[in-house]
Design a protein around this ligand. Structure first.
Ligand code: NAD
Ligand code: WQD
Length: 339
């Protein structure tokens, strides 16, 4: 079976490509490299001793997509390609709707024209909105979104639901990720954010490796056990396995929504302390004002994925942090030195 992986040179995409190759899928990666790295794919090939077909290009490029579907007998698409920085999306809404929304639209048009009706889409827990009770469960309606990034995810979910209602050949998996962290256990591939990291885990890792002086903890007066925000962090290798599981098991057409998380909430301070214990590195931090838009606490009800996909997050917090550190220590500047 051949899988087209859009955005496969990025963080979650590259780990998923490893797991797809390991179980015997053929993989074609389409990536514009706007936030991905060719080096990541070279390393994927080293890890797996298998080759990846790589096409540098944009998911909004319809003629290119048509050529890809004509050239390769593609059975399904995993659609990671997109922009993902929440703050940037507020400043550049057109860029975010264009890449995330229009890109998905063009992809679906090309898929329909080529007769490929199976898609796995990278959605996000953010679609539940700020008012949903925890744990989040798939039967809840989507909530309001407070930034263009979240809105674009919610809109693409709606687009795919409408497509499936109009044409029952479509088989759609909407995978709502919680907070992916960690890296491949080889330390060869991992998260490589450009500029100052927006997210907690890469920021902690860059402080530990000496690239940044200290971490700002955004708020310690939330209504949580230690006052800092609580999230459901899951290992990117588990997340990758979730894609493989959803590809192999959603044989019935229709829309299938799955939360991919551990079901456990962890606070920011607990993340710092556990990282220090596991790695022996100190992470200097100071308490800073709250970050606009942050929700105090959320985590997944991940029961549906376990029941219907046979998937659950197997790797614990310590393993996530150890693997993050191995990647960061071995690659203090990410893929930069070889880009
Ligand atoms: P990433 O930025 O590392 O990967 C995205 C990849 O898409 C990059 O390699 C980038 O070059 C590529 N890309 C961007 N625009 C493109 C375009 N127009 N055409 C072709 N390729 C393009 O991000 P990631 O963390 O691996 O996230 C993958 C997907 O999962 C994204 O859709 C993201 O919104 C979603 N997601 C991520 C998280 C998270 O915390 N990382 C959480 C929920 C959902
Ligand atoms: C986690 C916690 C911060 C950085 C975002 C997106 C979501 C999804 C995942 C992509 C929060 C705190 C962070 C720092 C800190 N994205 N923090 N200091 O906000 O749960 O989710 O990324 O698709 O859609 O919204 O993740 O890692 O940014 O933050 O104290 O320097 O760490 O306040 O409580 P978040 P995060």
């Amino acid at each position: 079976m051949s899988i087209l992986v859009t955005g496969g040179a990025g963080y979650i995409g590259s780990h998923t490509v490893v797991q797809l190759l390991e179980v015997g899928y053929d993989v074609i990666v389409l990536d514009s490299l706007v936030n991905g790295s060719r080096e990541a794919l070279h390393r994927v090939e080293t890890i797996t001793s298998k080759s990846v077909r790589f096409v540098e290009g944009d998911v909004r490029d319809r003629p290119l997509l048509d050529r890809l579907f004509a050239e390769y007998a593609i059975d399904a698409v995993i659609h990671f390609a997109g922009l993902k920085a929440v703050g940037e999306s507020v400043e550049q809404p057109l860029a975010y709707y264009d890449t995330n929304m229009h890109g998905s639209l063009v992809l679906c048009q090309a898929m329909a024209a080529a007769g490929v009706y199976k898609i796995v889409f990278s959605s996000s827990a953010t679609v539940y909105g700020p008012d949903a009770p925890v744990p989040y469960i798939e039967t809840m309606p989507r909530g309001s979104t407070s930034n263009p990034y979240g809105s674009s995810k919610s809109m693409v979910e709606q687009l795919l639901m409408d497509l499936s209602r109009a044409d029952e050949r479509w088989s759609v998996s909407l995978l709502r990720y919680f907070n992916p962290i960690g890296a491949h256990p080889s330390g060869q591939i991992g998260e490589d954010p450009q500029g100052i990291p927006n997210n907690l885990m890469p920021f902690i890792a860059q402080v530990a490796v000496g690239r940044r002086l200290e971490l700002s903890v955004f708020g310690d007066d939330y209504s949580t056990e230690d006052g800092t925000c609580v999230r459901d962090y899951l290992h990117v290798m588990d997340l990758a396995d979730g894609h493989v599981a959803s590809l192999s098991s959603h044989r019935q057409p229709g829309v299938h929504i799955f939360n991919l998380g551990t079901g456990q909430g962890v606070s920011v301070l607990k993340m710092i302390k556990t990282f220090e214990q596991v790695t022996g590195q100190s992470v200097p931090y100071r308490i800073a004002p709250r970050r606009e838009g942050d929700i105090d606490a959320f985590w997944a009800d991940a029961g549906k994925a376990k029941r219907e996909l046979g998937w659950w997050a197997k790797r614990g917090l310590e393993e996530m942090l150890r693997d993050t550190w191995r990647w960061q220590k071995n690659n203090p500047h990410g893929y930069l030195s070889v880009k």
